[in-house]
Design a protein. Structure first.
Length: 118
């Protein structure tokens, strides 16, 4: 079995999944970033499929960028400009070629956290 990558976004301020957040995935090598996927969260705050499926999985360093600004505005959680959080980047490594990596984002208008999920 090959590895794969999933993600989801939870709105911790409202206590619900964050629907409609655009997410881009980049492969990082030194100072080079190559976009390899882009998707949007569904009603469950998840992507409809793994953002990096088994057939495209490679170990290495990656970066997820969560475009949270529009979501925070659309849910009336922020109104100032510039936003405190607009784009949230999370850089991480995947070393096990057979593992399921899950990188969730727990979001509020003025803070976020992440962890390696299951």
């Amino acid at each position: 079995m090959a590895g794969y990558l999933t993600t989801h976004v939870l709105d911790t301020a409202r206590g619900c999944p964050a629907e409609g957040i655009k997410i881009a995935l980049y492969r990082v090598s030194g100072n080079s970033h190559k976009k390899i996927a882009e998707t949007v969260t569904n009603a469950d705050g998840r992507t409809d499929a793994p953002i990096l499926p088994e057939e495209k999985f490679k170990t290495g360093t990656y970066e997820l960028i969560f475009f949270c600004g529009d979501y925070l505005r659309d849910t009336d959680q922020v109104s100032e400009d510039p936003l405190f959080l607009d784009q949230v980047p999370i850089r991480f490594g995947m070393a096990d070629a057979a593992a399921h990596y899950h990188v969730p984002l727990l979001l509020s208008p003025f803070g976020y956290s992440t962890y390696r999920g299951s």
